[in-house]
Design a protein around this ligand. Sequence first.
Ligand code: SF4
Length: 281
Amino acid sequence: MSRKKLINDTINYLKYYKEYNNYQVFADELKAPAEDPVFSFNDVSLKEKDIISEDLKNEKIKPGSENYKIQEVNIIKQQEVVSQPETDIEDWKSTASLEEFENTIKNCNKCRLLAGSRKQIVFGMGNPDADVVIVGEAPGADEDAQGKPFVGRAGKLLTDILKAINFTREEVYICNILKCRPPENRNPEPQEIVNCEPFLFRQLEMIKPKLILAVGAFAAQTLLRSKEPLGKLRGKFHLYNGIKMMVTYHPAALLRNPNWKRPTWEDVQLFRKEYDMLVKS
Ligand code: SF4
């Protein structure tokens, strides 16, 4: 008997026992490999299953595949973003000064992922009675290390832009939508914005600026509750809670695309003109 035949007979024999005598075939690997089972998120017993988007739930993916791993990471990320443990910072709403406000939220852990990876929160800095507030997106590595907004290359460019329209950093107030650095400088997640934007709104309520300059799409869209792209929002004034607001490109975007410097220059000149008029009136 040939070796091949012997193996085939053995396989058939084991299959027979498995099928008819409930015999536990331990050498499953002898069987022809079955197709990978199709995996559905409906089978996953996750406590926070409801946080997975409908699209994701309906998607059929195979365990072990690259796509599966990516989705798995996404779920973990989402769980971390969505988890909002009760913090002991509820009294931040009644703080009397920006300094006190910052101290109250400095250990905020509403976004577990960001709270676990940041060095410190970047609350904002500048004149607490400023007429002008600049709102950006989120801290980067330099900001996270120093605890100050706009201190890297983009920050230097912002300082130069302000200087070009006769403002100093000290006379304005600078802050971001998110107070913590997203890992790898990724975009803020929607839930992170939801978690953090009340702090920004309260800052603006306390400072009561005459004008706001929103730099970048995230700042503009968050303050205006808009989904319009930045290209459509820039170049004109909007109103945020009765405060005039100009939208322009984020300095980091200008570093990547110098073609946006001219429209930015036009925006900030309009901004300065409006400021002069408001101050005179
Ligand atoms: S990003 Fe804002 S809400 Fe989220 S942990 Fe940091 S301070 Fe808290």
